[in-house]
Design a protein around this ligand. Sequence first.
Ligand code: ADP
Length: 252
Amino acid sequence: GISRINEPKEPLELRELSGAFNQLLHQLEEHVEREKGFIANASHELRTPLTAFRGHINLLKRWGKKDEYVLEQSLQALGEESDRMERITHQMLTLAQHENNVLKAERVNITKILHLLVEKYKEGTSLQINLEKDEDLELMGDEEQLRQVFVILLDNALRYTKEGRVSVKAYQKDNDLTISISDTGVGIPEGEQGEIFNRFYRVDRNRSRETGGTGLGLSIAKAIVEKHRGMIRIESKSGEGSTFIVVLPVKD
Ligand code: ADP
């Protein structure tokens, strides 16, 4: 953030003022650039299913009455593309909410959230999921939103892992809760690790698309973690797996 500056009385203060002003301008420019990029990306993402709609509607117009195979295939594809469009718009809304909204400040038991999530995810996968945790890790925050962070990270860990296991660890050291989610999946090339938290960024478009990805999950997770004054980062080796690490302060 930018600190407030009082009315200048000396040249030094004037210099400080212009420094702060330039910093503000710079941040504003960056912000505008990011928003422009977001709109361009969002339009592109929405245009992809729209193009598919148009293609299948044309096919249906031409062949739909005579050819049952075309009819079936196109209806199926139209269904999938509208699901996809719904996911994208839903996630865009979620992201907008998280970037703006205020947080609830309630007592949140992180251990409990992780325990319940891991139990739930175990049912839907053949991968092994381990949970190693300190008991009753608590902080003040927004329970629903923090839960969503771990949903996003666990979803990803399972979607980008074919075999092996997912390990979740949670512990407290001094004022920080550290939660790590590791997988033995495809990993992320070093050169792209700095990008994956950006909105709509995907390492492998096709893979993400196949598994229902929108490229917005991690940017939502990051927005939530940062609102809680925390940090999220990744350690990964391409082909070996990834670890996402979330650090949340217990008190400000
Ligand atoms: P998506 O909906 O595409 O998964 P995310 O924002 O959640 O979008 O993730 C961005 C990209 O980061 C993904 O497309 C994927 O390439 C990569 N990624 C995220 N999590 C993992 C993971 N656990 N293992 C490997 N790659 C991952």
